[in-house]
Design a protein around this ligand. Structure first.
Ligand code: COA
Length: 165
């Protein structure tokens, strides 16, 4: 359960992201140095959890993507149309500042991403993630994500199974 009050909103330039420190330096650097350029080029959207009004406590990114039908588990693929690919939303990055870990914020950011993806007017079959390591993959499995049979660090959650808020 999430304990501290956080606001989940799109990233904007007034927010303080300079001090953001998760366990992953590449994810910290991405938020400091790269994300605004990706947003400007429309290759990623970024959403943040704000603590104390303007401090970024966690963030994630979303973008359109597609999955090869043949990469999905056979039991999932057989229920989908016979097109070569299926549309998905990719959560490219997810990180929580060390000061806010273990308070349910990672789970709340994931729920927010699933909610945004399932509310979109543009159809997507699932939210997918490429976990950066086995610990991250375990986090997603804990939240019900399904592993792609041939790539244990790629996982998806069908959006039809998500309860909209
Ligand atoms: C992974 C990360 C986002 C989790 O954030 P968090 O706020 O500490 O996680 P939460 O407190 O929301 O945990 C929610 C649930 O996931 C579980 N969980 C957390 N990390 C887990 C892991 N590595 N494996 C399995 N379960 C995990 C918690 O036990 C909790 O379970 P509960 O709801 O049943 O009590 C955070 O540790 C982080 O930023 N890590 C560095 C970056 C990273 O690995 N990102 C992953 C994307 S590549």
């Amino acid at each position: 359960m999430i304990r501290a009050p956080f606001q989940l909103v799109p990233l904007d330039s007034a927010q303080d992201r300079a001090a953001f420190r998760s366990d992953s330096e590449p994810l910290n650097r991405y938020l400091r140095e790269q994300v605004t350029q990706d947003i400007r080029r429309r290759v990623a959207a970024c959403f943040v959890a704000l603590a104390d009004g303007q401090r970024v406590a966690g963030y994630y990114t979303l973008a359109s993507a597609s999955l090869l039908l043949t990469d999905l588990p056979a039991s999932t693929g057989k229920k989908l149309p016979r097109y070569p690919t299926v549309p998905v939303v990719r959560m490219g990055r997810l990180a929580v500042d060390q000061a806010f870990k273990g308070q349910g914020l990672g789970g709340a950011l994931l729920a927010d991403a699933l909610d945004r993806a399932s509310r979109s007017e543009i159809a997507a079959f699932a939210l997918m993630v490429d976990a950066k390591d086995e610990a991250a993959a375990a986090f997603y499995r804990h939240h019900g994500f399904i592993v792609l049979p041939d790539s244990p660090l790629s996982l998806f959650l069908p959006l039809a199974t998500v309860q909209r808020s």
